[in-house]
Ligand binder design. Structure first.
Ligand code: GLA
Ligand code: ZN
Length: 678
């Protein structure tokens, strides 16, 4: 039987038949047929089943599971089964369990908790991956390899300490360079031997928690090292897979804006990106869009998979809200609108026991198909089938880039001063939200990305400025583009040491400002900011951080209204070459951020698509054949009505629309308009 490989958006999810007797499998596959589920992710937590003892590998159950999925004609995303390790392993090799931030050596329990530096863990996990790949690589139904599961956390054991020292030797070569980078003369920390270096934890450099450190340099390097150590585990498994499976793509499921792992360091090693989307509530539409764009940006705009989402409810939160009718469908389409070529659930069948028994599933404990959730899953399945291959490989034609940088995130949030209240994701999200509300397509990119194809580059809270980025941003402006950055940008170099020049460091010439002082206040403190550009004017509120700007050529577009710096600039625009550098010196409220962003966009004739239709999200993808796909998603609680901007055919209903024709979209409804080239 031919698997339904990449002729349509893959649809399905994590499936654990190992938890169930055979008659349940029969029932499940009937229901999968009814819901047009064509893809199953298998074996994520099967290590203990496959390897019940160190010298025993038993594939009999996995053979049956994979065999059944194959005869059922499903595409298989096959895991390497290393998401959790078996008890015997921890018992035989105590080194595999982690030591936590407080220095507590953990014993066996939970999952995702192996020490990433443990040679035993690396050897046995790679060996398992090797054997699984060897056994199933010849099966054409296996369309992707799923390594591990949601890598994350951190370990502070002796093996990690050793690994850290090796990593540091590679990075710095000499202790002299390391001491300089970490600024160790401060508080008498000059290291004279590598083995004096301890992982930064509650027992060493930290107080209060992981964000409070005496030395940002060591903490930052430990974050980088941990990210690399886990990457090494992934790479070990990937290399083992490649011994027998040279071509089938390899991925691992990311967690979106997940702070502990620098996904940009990982991205080159994945064949495609995939991620798990578990929004905390039903007001996270912009955040989800941002995260989709970030995940798409990992592989230079190539499509990703939505590897997991709940069809209904999570279980791990204190309170687990149910997705309202239509929300799962709408958010699935949102993923496709932002570049997903796969839409998968966790989970296809609810587990009966343990901590996820109340996590939503396509099929619940009663095994019914006449539930609301199943009906919605089946409806989406039918729609994706109708969509066929129309979106496969389609790319987002963005003229606007937002820079996202894990180093800046870390540096900002482990910094003492100016304010612990400034959170990196919130600042990025505010600027992204302004773009999202304008209906503008955005690429969210690493700071190393090629910026030459963008008219507008937005770099919120770009705290750390690395390499030649300042020069590349200057080039964007010099050729007529706009670069926007904010307070707390351009502060430190890649070692987290301050630049010995005016703030915002190497961004100074582009921004045309100088900052000598800054004020930070509690969340209740507001300094009003008057924004004015030509005829447009708005008074908004600023909070948290207020930088005092001394223009060095830039013009004021916004001014503080209160305090001893009333009347001085809070937002500036500097002419640089044929373009501009915009600097937002304070934490403007969303209205203020949106106003500034709209001014920037209007300078490039990037018109908001439907600015007056609240709750309407738009996104465009260009299919490989050149056809334009315009996604229109109504996130609101009310129907919306608007005129379509170009003629096209709704790929879901087949209805044709002429340019300008009115269209009504019900709450949580979606339309995908396909327009031919030309
Ligand atoms: C994560 C994991 C899954 C499952 C879900 C439940 O995304 O990858 O194994 O635990 O969460 O929300
Ligand atoms: Zn460790």
């Amino acid at each position: 039987m031919t698997p339904p490989v990449v002729r349509k958006v893959l649809y399905g999810g994590d499936y654990n038949p190992e938890q169930w007797p055979q008659q349940v499998w029969d029932h499940d596959y009937q229901l999968f047929d009814a819901a047009r589920i064509d893809t199953v992710t298998l074996g994520v937590f099967d290590w203990a089943l496959i390897q019940p003892a160190e010298d025993v590998y038993d594939f009999s159950l996995l053979d049956r599971i994979v065999g059944r999925a194959t005869t059922e004609g499903r595409a298989i995303c096959l895991a390497t089964a290393t998401g959790a390790h078996p008890p015997w392993l921890a018992r035989a090799y105590p080194e595999v369990t982690r030591t936590d931030f407080e220095g507590r050596k953990h014993r066996y329990g939970q999952r995702h908790n192996a020490c990433p530096s443990s040679p035993v863990f690396r050897r046995l996990s790679a060996e398992l991956a090797r054997r699984i790949a060897h056994r199933y690589a010849g099966n054409p139904s296996v369309v992707a390899w799923h390594v591990g599961n949601e890598y994350g956390g951190a370990c502070y054991c002796a093996l990690c300490a050793e690994g850290f020292r090796d990593w540091l030797q590679k990075r710095y070569s000499t202790l002299e360079a390391l001491n300089a980078a970490w600024y160790t003369t401060f508080w008498s920390h000059i290291f004279t031997a590598w083995d004096q270096i301890e992982p930064p934890s509650a027992l060493t450099e930290h107080w209060r928690g992981p964000d409070h450190t005496a030395f940002q340099g060591i903490t930052l390097d430990y974050l980088r090292f941990m990210s690399d150590a886990m990457l090494a585990c992934f790479l070990g498994e990937k290399a083992a897979i490649r011994e027998s499976s040279p071509d089938t793509p390899v991925t691992t499921n990311f967690m979106g804006m997940y702070r502990p792992i620098d996904y940009h360091r990982w991205a080159p090693h994945l064949d495609f990106a995939s991620w798990d989307n578990y929004p905390p509530d039903d007001t996270s539409q912009a955040r989800m869009a941002l995260t989709h764009d970030l995940m798409r940006g990992l592989k230079d705009g190539r499509p990703f998979w939505l590897m997991e989402q709940t069809p209904s409810t999570t279980a791990s939160r204190e309170v687990n809200p149910l997705k309202r009718p239509g929300a799962m469908r709408l958010w699935s389409w949102q993923a496709v609108a932002h570049g997903a070529d796969g839409v998968l659930f966790f989970q296809l069948r609810a587990s009966r026991g343990a901590c996820e028994k109340y996590h939503g599933a396509v099929i619940g404990h009663a095994g019914r198909s006449d539930t609301r959730v199943f009906r919605e899953v089946a409806q989406l399945g039918a729609e994706l089938e109708r969509l066929g291959g129309a979106t496969l490989g389609a790319r987002t034609p963005a003229r606007v880039a937002v820079l996202f940088d894990w180093d800046s995130w870390w540096a900002l949030e482990i910094s003492d001063g100016p304010s612990r209240l400034v959170r990196y994701q919130q600042v990025v999200l505010a600027y992204y939200t302004a773009l999202w509300e304008s209906g503008v397509d955005v690429d969210v990119l690493p700071v190393t990305a090629d910026l030459r194809r963008y008219d507008v580059v937005v770099a919120p809270a770009l705290h750390m400025l690395k390499g030649d980025l300042a020069r590349r941003l200057e080039e964007v402006a010099a050729r007529g583009g706009s670069v926007l950055t904010t307070f707390l940008s351009g502060r430190v170099d890649e070692d987290d040491n301050a630049f010995l020049m005016d703030v915002p460091g190497p961004l100074g010439p582009l921004m045309g400002v100088r900052i000598d002082e800054w004020d930070a206040r509690g969340p209740e403190f507001v300094n009003p900011v008057r924004l004015r550009d030509g005829e447009t004017e708005l008074e908004v509120e600023a909070r948290l951080v207020f930088e005092l700007v001394i223009p060095q050529g830039a013009e004021a577009v916004g001014t503080y209204r209160a305090d001893f710096y009333a009347g001085t600039p809070a937002v500036t625009r500097n002419t640089f070459g044929a373009g501009h550098g915009w600097y937002v010196a304070a934490g403007l409220d969303q209205r203020g951020v949106s106003w500034v962003v709209r001014r920037v966009l209007s300078a490039h004739d990037i018109a908001p698509r439907h600015p007056d239709v609240p709750g309407l999200e738009t996104a465009v993808r260009i299919a490989p054949d050149g056809a334009e796909l315009l996604f229109l998603l109504n996130h609101g609680e009310e129907p919306v009505e608007f005129g379509v901007t170009r003629s096209g055919t709704d790929v879901l209903s087949g209805a044709h629309f002429e340019s300008g024709q009115r269209i009504t979209l019900d709450p949580r409804d979606v339309t995908v308009l396909r327009s031919e080239v030309g």
